[in-house]
Design a protein around this ligand. Sequence first.
Ligand code: NDP
Ligand code: 8X3
Length: 253
Amino acid sequence: MLALVTGATSGIGKSTAMIFAKNGYDIIITGRRKERLEEFKTELEKKYSVKVTSLCFDIRNNTEVEKAIFSLGDTAKKINILVNNAGLAAGLAPFQDGSLDHWERMIDTNVKGLIYISKVISKLMIANKSGHIINIGSIAGKEIYTNGNVYCATKHAVDALSRAMRMDLVQHNVKVTAVNPGMVETEFSVVRFDGDKEKAKKVYEGMQPLNPEDVAEAVYWAASRPAHVNINDIIIMPTVQASAANVVRKSGG
Ligand code: NDP
Ligand code: 8X3
């Protein structure tokens, strides 16, 4: 079995690649940071004795996406699972003060990147009459929060796309699942705040967020149901987070 996980250099994608490898899957890991990809490839191969292929490309560029997938040759035809995880939030500001650069980065990555790779891989899955696409959405794709504007819009787009892809791909025996987490402590907030680690740390102060492994377990659970079962949608939240905007904070987590 072969799984491709986008954005596997960090956070949820890294943990997801890990859990698939632990369960005997060969893995294709992607991301832009080549060194991290190579280190992670070596780690996975050593730990789990599976075949790991790393593809370094920017998911916002369709030419790079197609080139990377075609570079796999016939191996690409064997992909059973695609986990669309690569994504980011950039900025957290009122709409009227938002940065066009932030907005375009989120739309290009979270929406257009997901579409680019899904188009290539879904065609291969259709030819196999089998496959499973798992999109990492967000609670921000189900609810809106103050200053979340464009990030929420991109994740609402992922929610719509997951439902649309499921309807169009069902006749080809390709499953589509969306896994929508609440707050997970990864590099997400560091990226959101343009590298400001102190500000990022404060987001999770006094509360216990999800770990990337919690989300990876949900992804793997959805992927490991029997052939006749599809998990459409999962929302997974920290216990202290009742909604996108409602977090109970207690000193010490
Ligand atoms: P991280 O920042 O830790 O990981 C993001 C991953 O996406 C990295 O591997 C990064 O790789 C990759 N990535 C980002 N931009 C690109 C790009 N242009 N091309 C290729 N790869 C890219 O964040 P998370 O693990 O938290 O985020 C993973 C997903 O989970 C995202 O879609 C996010 O929206 C979603 N999510 C996160 C939540 C959270 O609270 N953390 C909650 C709900 C959903 P590299 O930089 O090497 O390219
Ligand atoms: C990330 C969830 O609520 O931290 O998608 O923006 S949130």
